[in-house]
Design a protein around this ligand. Structure first.
Ligand SMILES: Cc1ncc(COP(=O)(O)O)c(C=O)c1O
Length: 473
């Protein structure tokens, strides 16, 4: 493809995306295709000769679109959001256009230094401790996902607590980590990958708000020490996936400091709310954290993937991750004056992710970002109020930010029926969880273009489907 052809086709793609954005509401939010249906529409083998670009774009429209679940629909209320925005998409496109691979500072200084700068900006934007700044003992790096960030935190914690011996000799089966029963499953996976074993992950019980109980944590650590085990890390969550519960970071942090355990704070979605000072009380005690993670690709309008991870002591992370084969040696690295981010995560190669984040932050400005977060929280709180006032429904968990967990009082089958009918209708998409053993509906407001009318319509449709339950009872 010559630059001229690229220009013509590129304009067509950008036009297509802009058109998609303006008609996204017209598609069923949850794709309605059956398993295997989409694949059956594709040829059995790859084309022997190249095809004209027009044909590709036509097939996106004809074949791909029906198989897409529209995460960017303003009627998307499922799971947690994975929102995006014009500046996010364009930043990602530029990153593809430059095609930079930033494994070392020298393989693209701008890729490394923009990432460092934007990570430092975010420390101030989110009210995070100064020790996370690159000018202090720590620093930030962009990972692909919160799962990778948690794994890196666990590996660094493992190494710190074994004085870097487990990297050399392997684990002795005695290292223990602590999460709550509500912590994201990525921590369990991290235990597998880190060679620490899922049986050495303690699931600490939660209180009536689904938040980790510090007293239970302290008791478990003590019991493990008595049994000759080596506690090494605690993960506290700011906004659990199931119900958006807020673990008491300060109380957990005190225990970690006393017991000399690594504290990782997982704020995957809710970290974005910390842009607004009025929500920062939800992570009081973050100063205790050895590492912290949030995903701008969830709620901060930055195209997937983009997961920001900070450590308080970069030396611990680098010592855990660093290997320097001859073919990567270079003067800048030897000088010690630069960051080589390949030492800050699992993989070697890395994309220029900071470009899209930089675009998003510059496009919206801090105040613009705060405005959208506040609006999402306001709409969510309004929805929660409607649920509270309708005696067919009950709220199932506190609503600190942008997720409402609620249920129809008619029981699991009624809630399942409401959810299935809503999702099949294509009018909106919401998902469920189980809280105290009961099927619970979750409505999360976080898509970039969700407005009051979308949330109002969601409630109207939920009430219509609830009416059907009432009619059959
Ligand atoms: C609290 C929390 N942690 C971790 C994750 C995993 O996110 P990722 O897909 O970035 O690995 C999620 C995903 O929703 C989450 O909600």
């Amino acid at each position: 493809m010559t630059p001229d052809e690229f220009r013509r086709n590129g304009h067509a793609v950008v036009d297509w995306i802009a058109d998609y954005q303006s008609r996204v509401e017209s598609f069923p939010v949850l794709s309605q295709v059956k398993p295997g249906e989409f694949r059956a529409s594709l040829p059995a083998s790859a084309p022997a000769q190249g095809e004209p670009f027009d044909a590709l774009l036509k097939d996106v429209e004809r074949l791909i679109l029906p198989g897409v679940t529209h995460w960017q629909s303003p009627n998307y209320f499922a799971y947690f959001p994975c929102n995006t925005s014009g500046p996010g998409i364009l930043g990602d496109l530029l990153s593809s256009g430059l095609g930079v691979q930033g494994m070392l500072w020298s393989t693209s200084p701008a890729c490394t230094e923009l990432e460092t700068q934007v990570s430092d900006w975010l420390v101030a934007m989110l009210g995070l401790p100064e020790k996370f700044l690159s000018s202090s003992t720590g620093g930030g790096v962009i990972q692909d996902t919160a799962s990778s960030a948690a794994l890196c935190a666990l590996l660094a914690a493992r190494e710190r607590s074994t004085n870097y011996v487990s990297n050399k000799k392997g684990c002795d089966g005695k290292l223990v980590a602590y999460v709550s029963t509500q912590t994201h499953s990525s921590l369990e996976k991290a235990m597998m990958i880190a060679g620490m074993g899922v049986e050495n992950l303690r699931l600490i019980e939660v209180d009536e708000n689904f938040a980790m109980r510090p007293d239970a944590l302290a008791r478990q650590i003590e019991a493990d020490r008595r049994a000759g085990l080596t506690p090494c890390m605690v993960c506290a969550t700011v906004g659990t996936t199931s119900s958006n519960a807020m673990d008491p970071v300060a109380a957990i942090g005190e225990i970690c400091r006393r017991e000399k355990l690594w504290l990782h704070v997982d704020a995957a979605m809710s970290g974005t709310a910390m842009l607004c000072p009025e929500f920062r009380h939800l992570q009081n005690g973050v100063d205790f954290a050895d590492s912290y993670n949030f995903n701008p690709h969830k709620w901060m309008f930055t195209t997937f993937d983009c997961s920001c991870f900070w450590v308080a002591d970069r030396k611990a992370l680098i010592q855990t991750m660093s290997i320097l084969p001859e073919y990567l040696r270079n003067q800048a690295t030897e000088s010690g004056a630069v960051i080589d981010y390949r030492d800050w995560h699992i993989q070697l190669g890395r994309r220029f992710r900071s470009l899209k984040l930089w675009f998003v932050i510059r496009h919206y400005g801090v105040e613009g970002l705060q405005h959208h977060v506040r609006e999402h929280v306001r709409l969510t709180q309004q929805f929660a109020e409607w649920v509270r006032k309708d005696d067919r429904f009950e709220i199932a968990a506190p609503v600190p930010l942008n997720l409402v967990c609620f249920r129809h009082k008619g029981g699991d089958a009624a809630n399942q029926g409401i959810m299935d009918r809503l999702n099949r209708s294509g009018d909106l998409f919401l998902t469920h969880t189980k809280l105290n053993g009961k099927m619970t509906l979750r409505l999360c407001v976080g898509q970039t273009h969700t407005q009051a009318r979308h949330v109002e319509n969601a409630w109207k449709r939920i009430c219509e489907e609830a009416g059907r339950v009432d009619a059959t009872n």
